[in-house]
Ligand binder design. Structure first.
Ligand SMILES: C[S@@+](CC[C@H](N)C(=O)[O-])C[C@H]1O[C@@H](n2cnc3c(N)ncnc32)[C@H](O)[C@@H]1O
Length: 265
């Protein structure tokens, strides 16, 4: 799902790395840290933008890092990526001093994001850039009325997801500008990263919709009404008039909040 997300949002991510390069000005970007790198969405976008850079990709998950390693080898980029397994909740690992630190959809996972932000501040060279990206809601794909089931199924799923995420990820949707400022960063730019793809969707976006809705289906297995569960199952079948793949009314809509900041002291 993360790799498909990277493909679907590739243009917007490229715009964002261009903006970071512009804000870096004359400061060379050579050492980059990707915090909670996952399968490498940020890592690869940054390597493309900064051809002299290497990226230390930090993640607590061996599975994510081995996926990232395999992609790096496939793209002949293994010598520019240093995967580092570390649980940042347990403390800051030994890392090079960084010119740019990237934290995409990862800060809200931290048990104590303020402590991690202070460690990031220490690791970033003065004048370096920290970019934080947070997505408060999963992307949306479906029209309200699917022509079967009770209208509003996707909205009901999102309400349940919001409750679950608030319970399990208490820092989601928190006041990141205040936290960044308190940790010593100056916000250079706040922006939204919005992906809007109208119907009919290209194949990658349909696969992205399928992967995301499958994940929602399993995350909410115990909470969905039987009717909404059956509606989702019909959408997720590979064939048939109700299947995602055969529908012509899907779209992608997602928004992330982005803060590009710098260490000024
Ligand atoms: C939603 S994914 C985002 C991945 C990637 N940055 C992206 O934008 O696609 C969050 C990542 O943070 C990692 N993560 C969560 N808690 C962590 C921690 N305490 N230390 C290091 N990584 C962590 C997870 O393993 C996961 O790969």
């Amino acid at each position: 799902m993360l790799d498909l997300d990277a493909e679907v949002a590739a243009t917007q991510l490229a715009e964002l790395t261009t903006r970071a390069a512009h804000l870096a000005g004359d400061h060379p970007i050579r050492d980059i840290l990707d915090i909670g790198a996952g399968t490498g969405t940020g890592t690869f976008a940054l390597l493309r933008r900064f051809p002299e850079a290497t990226v230390t990709a930090i993640d607590t998950s061996d599975e994510m890092l081995s996926h990232l390693r395999a992609s790096a080898a496939r793209h002949n980029l293994a010598d520019r990526i240093h995967p580092l397994r570390a649980d940042l909740d347990e403390g800051w690992p030994t890392t090079p001093r960084a010119d740019l630190i990237w934290a995409s959809s990862s800060m809200h996972h931290m048990a104590d994001p303020d402590r991690v932000l202070r460690d990031i501040h220490t690791t970033l060279r003065p004048g370096g850039l920290l970019t934080v990206i947070e997505m408060e809601r999963m992307p949306r794909f479906l029209p309200d009325d699917l022509g079967f089931g009770t209208p509003g199924m996707e909205a009901r799923c999102h309400s349940l997801l919001d409750e679950a995420r608030t319970a399990h990820l208490p820092h989601i949707g928190s006041d990141w500008p205040s936290r960044l400022t308190a940790a010593g960063f100056t916000i250079l730019e706040s922006r939204d990263l919005t992906v809007d793809i109208p119907s009919p969707l290209p194949e990658t976006a349909i696969r992205y919709a399928h992967a995301t809705l499958s994940r929602i289906r399993s995350a909410l297995a115990d909470q969905l009404s039987p009717e909404d569960a059956a509606t989702l199952d019909a959408l997720l079948t590979m064939e048939g008039p109700q299947a995602l793949r055969t529908r012509t009314d899907l779209r992608v809509h997602s928004t992330r909040s982005v803060w590009i900041t710098t260490r000024t002291r």
